[in-house]
Design a protein around this ligand. Structure first.
Ligand SMILES: Cc1cc2nc3c(=O)[nH]c(=O)nc-3n(C[C@H](O)[C@H](O)[C@H](O)COP(=O)(O)OP(=O)(O)OC[C@H]3O[C@@H](n4cnc5c(N)ncnc54)[C@H](O)[C@@H]3O)c2cc1C
Length: 454
């Protein structure tokens, strides 16, 4: 470990330094999840690794915790009285087509990588929404529509630059042999923001230019038929196929196509990388009468069509769990909480099929959770239409109803949770290793993160 570097003055920061009430303050702290309004003591609009290091050293010298925000898609606390580093100005993307890698700065969203990689017939392992930040998503594991073929995004990371709590800048590579770097390379890929602030990330791209996929929508009343058909069909799919199914209670907004507007529907999501797409999907198309079918041969740049996630900021609350299996009784348990005839405040209850490459450890092991689950269940509710208490209660009830089949879960889909519940995502040995690494790199608890591993 390095010793603490000398304190820094924020005057050295190139980007804006804002305090409450300053012009631009509100825009600078705004995040995608409007359920939380960050109330930091000061915001540093970082433009570089040097700005991040200066902000971390300043925070250490004035005894304040330091937090980081790229897009606010993962905002889960008010970050009160912190030094908040916003990375949105750090937008460099460099694709190396020969090496099939991308190197991105901390503020990059997936859309920029998707577009840059597509020029070379390549794709990143982005998730359901291209608006999500690359670093927050990847350090939390990162499970997307190609996951069963290629695994988690974190499995493809080859190197990163990180500013640790002592203010030091470290280059950490897959090939690193220094014991501290080996530990960081393992922990940051899956353990998220507890070990430092990542300022650059390099990862592998995959040779995917097009896919066969999208979504088939059914009326909510058909949810029992669709979900039971899906639970039998999904595990039979080859690894080049990824799927999920979601109960959606959609708002009556003009942005939604007419068949979905203001309705309770079931969305079957499908992504296939071979020639068998229509044949594989046929049994599900026959499970009930589709009300909308937008599955097609598409360029990877159209990957957002699979999940059709919201793009406008909104207040939301979420919670998830992994499942060892999905027997009929588990589907019935979900339907009893959020199926037809239930006045659920949950906007979405989603079940993703895992397995395939998701279940296999990467070449260089990492701390990603959820590998041993067969399914991931995720609940989310918009807390503008219903109270936080109602949404939280309904989400917790779904998770509780699935307890007999629960096995671990995905850090990115855990939702707000205390250290105990976060820590349970790992086995005892891995959890102890993560805590030891965090205590070694951040003994004073300088880093304010919403996923505290305990
Ligand atoms: C609409 C939507 C769709 C999603 N789809 C998926 C999906 O398909 N698959 C999936 O796996 N997840 C998904 N997620 C979850 C998402 O990956 C996490 O919420 C992720 O943390 C968001 O990262 P961000 O940088 O965009 O958000 P932010 O709120 O800016 O950051 C969230 C957290 O990420 C960490 N972080 C961010 N930047 C850094 C950094 N530079 N260094 C260290 N830590 C950092 C910090 O802990 C921070 O608190 C989705 C979320 C939303 C809202």
């Amino acid at each position: 470990m390095t010793t603490l570097l000398p304190p820094a003055d924020l005057a050295a920061v190139v980007g804006p330094v804002l305090r409450p009430g300053d012009p631009g303050w509100r825009e600078e702290i705004a995040g995608f999840n409007l359920a939380y309004t960050p109330t930091p003591a000061v915001v540093v609009g970082a433009t570089s690794t040097a700005d991040v290091a200066t902000a971390v050293r300043y925070a250490g010298s004035v005894g304040k915790r330091v937090a980081v925000q790229a897009t606010g898609h993962g905002l889960m606390s008010d970050l009160d009285d912190t030094v908040l580093i916003t990375t949105r100005r750090m937008t460099a993307v460099a694709v190396d087509p020969a090496a099939r890698t991308a190197r991105v700065a901390a503020g990059v969203r997936w859309r920029a990588v998707i577009d840059a990689a597509a020029e070379h017939g390549l794709a990143p392992l982005s998730g359901s929404s291209s608006q999500v930040g690359v670093v927050g998503y990847t350090t939390g594991g990162g499970l997307g529509p190609l996951c069963r073929r290629y695994g988690f995004a974190a499995d493809h990371v080859t190197r990163f630059t990180i500013v640790t709590a002592d203010g030091a800048v470290r280059e950490v590579l897959a090939e690193s042999t220094d014991p501290d770097d080996v530990d960081l390379f393992w922990a940051v890929r899956g353990g998220k923001g507890s070990f430092g602030i990542v300022t650059e990330l390099e990862f592998g791209l995959v040779p995917v230019a097009r896919f066969h996929g999208g979504a088939v929508f059914f009326a909510g009343e058909d949810a029992p038929a669709v979900l039971h058909a899906w639970r039998e069909w999904a595990p039979t799919l080859p690894e080049d196929t990824t799927t999920s199914v979601a109960l959606l209670r959609l708002p009556p907004v003009p942005e939604l196509p007419e068949p979905l507007r203001g309705r309770f529907v079931v969305a079957l999501r499908f992504t296939h990388l071979g020639e068998q797409g229509p044949a594989l999907l046929a049994p599900m198309r026959a499970a009930a009468t589709p009300i909308m079918d937008v599955v097609a041969d598409l360029p990877f740049a159209a990957i957002d069509a699979v999940h059709m996630d919201p793009t406008e900021p909104m207040p939301s609350w979420d919670r998830g769990v992994g499942l060892a299996e999905l027997p009929g009784a588990a589907v019935d348990a979900v339907l009893a909480q959020a199926g037809p005839g239930v006045a659920s405040p949950l906007t979405m209850v989603e079940i993703r099929l895992l397995g395939g490459a998701v279940a296999r450890a990467p070449r260089v092991p990492n701390a990603v959770t959820g590998r041993d689950a067969a399914f991931s269940v995720f609940t989310v509710g918009v807390t503008a239409a219903s109270s936080v208490e109602a949404v939280a209660g309904a989400g917790a009830a779904v998770v509780e109803a699935l307890r007999p089949w629960a096995r671990g879960g995905l850090l990115n889909f855990l939702g707000q949770a205390g250290p105990g519940r976060v820590g349970q995502l790992w086995g005892p040995a891995e959890r102890a290793r993560l805590v030891a690494i965090r205590e070694r790199f951040d003994p004073a608890g300088l880093l304010a993160t919403n996923v505290v591993i305990g």
